[in-house]
Design a binder for this molecule. Structure first.
Ligand code: SF4
Ligand code: SF4
Length: 312
């Protein structure tokens, strides 16, 4: 019997990137270097093997920077899966290489395509570029009627919610962004001073969530993890299924298959979670993320906050 779902992170060009963002976990592990490309034929052969085992396959074009992959190869890959309802292709890009040729390639795959672009706020020193450089790219995407989702990482640099609210308004009013995902920075040795603990992240989320509701911004911009938490659609860091990491595969050039790209070091011991009354909500976090001492208090606070919203 087929399993439901598998998500494949395709590191099409390995860790190679046109930027050098300080918190990049790929660069911390592998450096910014050219290790070759994954071949389209290898991808197709592997997906043919997986489609006998899974009902739905999500392929995420990832990096490094996936738009460093040759355009003709990307076009072939996308065209191959163009009309497949059970195989969905998404991208995570820094966006700076987007041009009309790339737009045409993705639009030919789906005229509803969503570019998921990494961007923090103007204050973040961790990114290797400033927001202004992206504004022409946003305009190009919007002029072609495609969608934009922003993936934003919260660190010491941009945790000021007053400034972040302005950032949200800029995303809505200036760039007509459709989706925003707010993630916490992951600890790595290069960015120790920028790290925030779970409680700081939770306080940030609650403040932004309250503002999003109060100003009715949800009509214009969908924000996660808010929507997922309200709808009980748990992403892996809030998922209590002990097998959750088995649904994620990462492939590096030339064709090295690994688990989730966050798997490194030791796993957290979840034995403390099994008797915890919010385990179904909390899921114990990422199995491989180092938990700071505020983690459980922060998850209890978030749980109580979400419950109070649901009871309103
Ligand atoms: S709050 Fe702590 S003990 Fe409870 S489920 Fe989450 S990580 Fe585990
Ligand atoms: S390693 Fe962490 S990020 Fe990756 S699937 Fe498991 S819980 Fe999710």
């Amino acid at each position: 019997m087929k399993q439901n779902f598998i998500s494949i992170n395709l590191k099409l060009v390995g860790s190679l990137c046109n930027l050098n963002c300080k918190y990049c976990y790929e660069h911390e592990q592998y450096g910014n270097r050219n290790t070759g490309f994954i071949s389209v034929d290898d991808i197709i052969n592997y997906i043919n093997f997986l489609r006998n085992q899974y009902k739905y396959i999500k392929i995420i074009l990832h990096g490094g920077e996936p738009l460093l992959y040759p355009k003709d190869k990307m076009n072939r890959l996308l065209q191959y899966y163009k009309n497949e309802s059970n195989i969905h292709i998404a991208i995570q890009t820094n966006g700076l290489l987007i041009d009309q040729e790339w737009i045409d390639i993705f639009k030919n795959y789906s005229n509803d395509f969503l570019f998921s672009i990494s961007l923090d706020s103007k204050d973040s020193l961790l990114r290797d570029f400033k927001t202004d450089k992206l504004s022409q790219k946003f305009k190009l995407i919007k002029d072609n009627n495609l969608k934009i989702g922003i993936v934003s990482v919260i660190s010491k640099e941009n945790i000021d919610t007053t400034k972040y609210k302005k950032f949200i308004h800029m995303l809505i009013n200036k760039f007509q962004i459709n989706f925003l995902t707010i993630n916490k920075i992951r600890f790595n040795n290069q960015i120790k001073d920028s790290f925030i603990n779970e409680l700081e992240y939770t306080n940030f989320l609650i403040d932004i969530f309250n503002y999003w509701i109060e100003k009715k911004l949800y009509n214009q911009l969908k924000i996660n993890p808010f929507l997922d938490l309200m709808q009980n659609k748990n992403s892996c860091i809030f998922n209590s299924n002990l097998q959750k990491c088995n649904s994620f595969i990462t492939i590096y050039p030339p064709f090295n298959i690994k688990g989730c790209d966050h798997q490194k070091g030791q796993t957290n011991n979840l034995s403390k979670c099994l008797g915890c009354h919010i385990f179904d909500f909390c899921g114990g976090g990422c199995i491989y993320e180092i938990q700071d001492e505020t983690f459980c208090d922060a998850r209890f606070k978030l749980f109580n906050y979400i419950q109070s919203l649901k009871n309103e």
